[in-house]
Design a protein around this ligand. Structure first.
Ligand code: ARG
Length: 603
């Protein structure tokens, strides 16, 4: 027997109302109620809600077909999926969200949202702030392991990608109120330090005086010491001794090591400062003391085997084993990552651990995660928590389609790239005559925002797994899907509001937003979809999903704004349309914020 409509109406508690989640999540709740009534014998059916692509509604519920195959032949009263869809529709509790519903084709339930509800929701966001549109946190604590360059080696464009992508993922999680441990897993441990330390002693007998200025370029220092290491057996011998003495904790060697790390760290910091990225360093050396215990534990569990003098973990489906102790008894990259994963799960209580590196390291992480599953540190399924995820990314290519390098085939220095992006955007501002209109400070900060924003966006807008070509002209173009276009679009919206001469705060609280025109409603719907887009981008660890959303938002806004029927300033709908402009600007700014881009307010 079907329950009557009134019986199934649920009243939301205030608590539930506070964390309502996305439109999709709110509709899912309503449909869940209906599904419970429609198929009482199938209690665990998850509502399948998706935004509509067609013209029949804004959202649709796709449960009918799947449900039908579950219940047919079990004495059901329904005569096919359309009937199931019809019942799902009829059993929906009344909700001010929904304007109308219809069943189409094999049982899709299409929902048209109420434009009054939509308008009210947007106005509520304006008054209370965009945080009310934050998605539900998937976990309480997460680690994002990103950037992670190697001491004394170059920080290359791959590390730039890791830094930009990792920062965005961290920002998205932080927006969802997840506590994020932003970890810089720098390569600060390993045999190369013996050679570096010995070379330091040789070049600077008073090595404590060897500051950054004295050494100059640490990469060149690395190269020179490597040359020495390869050509002089006596030096090589001393370097190998130095590793032992360093790892044995000898004071002088520790200090020399710390000094080399410090010089590198200052170099890295310059890039982070420019990009506005904050990270906390816990390098490989930090986990070193934990390695023996972790490996002992794995050995006791019977996971570690002897193979050609090394100690390894065999993993099903992978033809090479994971080496956890090298044949010389030393530890390696994998030993460190196992200890780090153990530490993050057990000491830091992280429930989601995210690693951002090039796709080349995919197999390494795949093996580490599988070993952790064998050890029972992580659950078997990929969709449960605690979870470890590898966020891989492709190469940055030069115009020649090869790995991005400068003319003399040296790797590109990151600071130089950022400098060039900035100076190019500054030149454009001067060309546009801003030199006469703006203060020097305004020019500098705008050039920063546009230049660095362009570099970040050009990276983030691609599906991270694909390679992309680094091209200044393209990323600094003010047309097309670029940060420049988007930043200008935002600045123009701000100028519309300024030109109106109205106090937007006052309008928010005293005026009323309505979505009567189709272009207004389309824009409103897109704004309301912000929460579910951030949720999708976060769950799937795909920043490009947010970039697509932002670009579409800008296009949909243009359509609205350029339509003479939607005139803003001086029309009788001015208040409402200004509020819609403001809501667009607020959502755009939040997108910029999540992408690590600084918005500009005038152009
Ligand atoms: N230092 C490594 C590299 O430059 C990246 C480290 C990534 N993080 C990790 N836990 N393994 O490729």
């Amino acid at each position: 027997v079907l329950a009557t409509k009134t019986q199934s109406i649920t009243t939301m508690t205030t608590q539930e109302e506070e964390c309502m989640g996305s439109v999709k999540a709110q509709l899912a709740k309503i449909f869940e109620t209906s599904l419970k009534v429609t198929v009482p014998n199938e209690p665990d059916v998850e509502p399948l809600i998706a935004a509509c692509t067609g013209k029949f509604g804004d959202y649709q519920c796709n449960n009918a077909m799947g449900l039908w195959s579950k219940i047919k032949g079990k004495g059901t009263q329904f005569r096919g999926p359309p009937a199931v869809g019809e019942a799902i529709k009829n059993n929906l509790p009344t909700s001010e969200m929904i304007e109308s519903c219809s069943v189409a084709g094999p049982g899709f339930v299409n929902v048209v949202l109420s434009k009054n509800w939509m308008a009210k929701s947007i106005q509520k966001m304006l008054i209370e702030g965009i945080d009310i549109w934050a998605p539900m946190p998937p976990v309480k604590t997460a680690v994002v392991d990103f950037s992670s360059p190697n001491i004394a080696k170059e920080m290359h464009v791959g590390h730039l990608r890791s830094t930009i992508i990792g920062d965005t993922l961290a920002r998205m999680l932080e927006f969802s109120k997840v506590k994020v441990l932003r970890r810089n897993h720098v390569g600060d441990w390993g045999t190369q330090f013996g050679m570096l330390i010995e070379f330091l002693f040789e070049k600077f007998p008073n090595f404590e005086d060897a500051t950054e200025t004295a050494i100059g370029d640490l990469q060149a220092f690395y190269k020179a010491s490597k040359l020495r290491f390869d050509s002089d057996p006596a030096f090589k011998e001393r370097a190998q001794q130095a590793v032992v003495r360093l790892q044995g904790g000898e004071e002088k060697y520790r200090r020399a090591w710390a000094q080399i790390c410090e010089i590198s760290r200052n170099e890295f910091h310059k890039v982070y400062q420019r990009l506005g990225v904050h990270l906390e360093e816990k390098g490989e050396s930090f986990y070193n003391p934990y390695i023996p215990g972790v490996i002992e534990g794995l050995t006791k569990q019977g996971l570690v085997e002897e193979s050609q003098g090394a100690r390894v973990i065999f993993i099903e489906g992978v033809n090479i084993p994971l080496i956890v102790v090298k044949s010389d008894g030393g530890f390696n990259y994998a030993s460190t990552d196992l200890a780090a994963l153990w530490y993050r799960l057990n000491e830091e209580k992280a429930e989601w651990i995210i690693y951002v590196t090039d796709v080349g390291q995919q197999q390494h992480f795949d093996m580490v995660f599988k070993a952790a599953k064998l050890a029972g540190w992580l659950p078997q399924g990929d969709n449960s928590y605690p979870r470890a995820s590898h966020v891989g990314f492709g190469l940055v290519l030069g115009e020649d389609g090869k790995r991005f390098r400068t003319r003399n085939t040296e790797v590109v220095r990151l600071v130089d790239l950022l400098d060039e992006a900035k100076s190019r955007s500054k030149a454009t501002l001067i060309e546009r005559g801003k030199g006469e209109q703006w203060t020097e400070e305004e020019i500098e900060s705008t050039a920063d925002a546009v230049g660095y924003g362009a570099v970040k966006y050009a990276d983030l807008k691609n599906n991270r797994l694909t390679n992309y070509t680094f091209n200044f002209d393209q990323m600094l173009n003010d047309k097309g899907n670029t940060a420049v276009y988007l930043l200008y679009a935002h600045a123009r919206i701000c100028s519309i509001i300024r030109r109106s001469g109205k106090d937007i705060e006052e309008l928010m609280n005293k005026g009323t937003l309505v979505l009567d025109h189709k272009d207004e409603r389309d824009l409103g719907l897109h704004l309301l979809q912000f929460a579910e887009v951030v949720e999708e981008a976060t769950t799937n660890l795909l920043p490009n999903v947010l970039c697509d959303y932002l670009y579409n938002l800008s296009e949909i806004f243009s359509k609205f704004y350029s339509n003479p029927e939607c005139k803003v300033i001086g029309s009788d709908k001015e208040t409402s349309r200004l509020l819609l402009c403001e809501a667009t600007a607020v959502v755009m700014r939040k997108c910029f914020n999540l992408l690590g881009i600084t918005p500009i307010y005038k152009i």
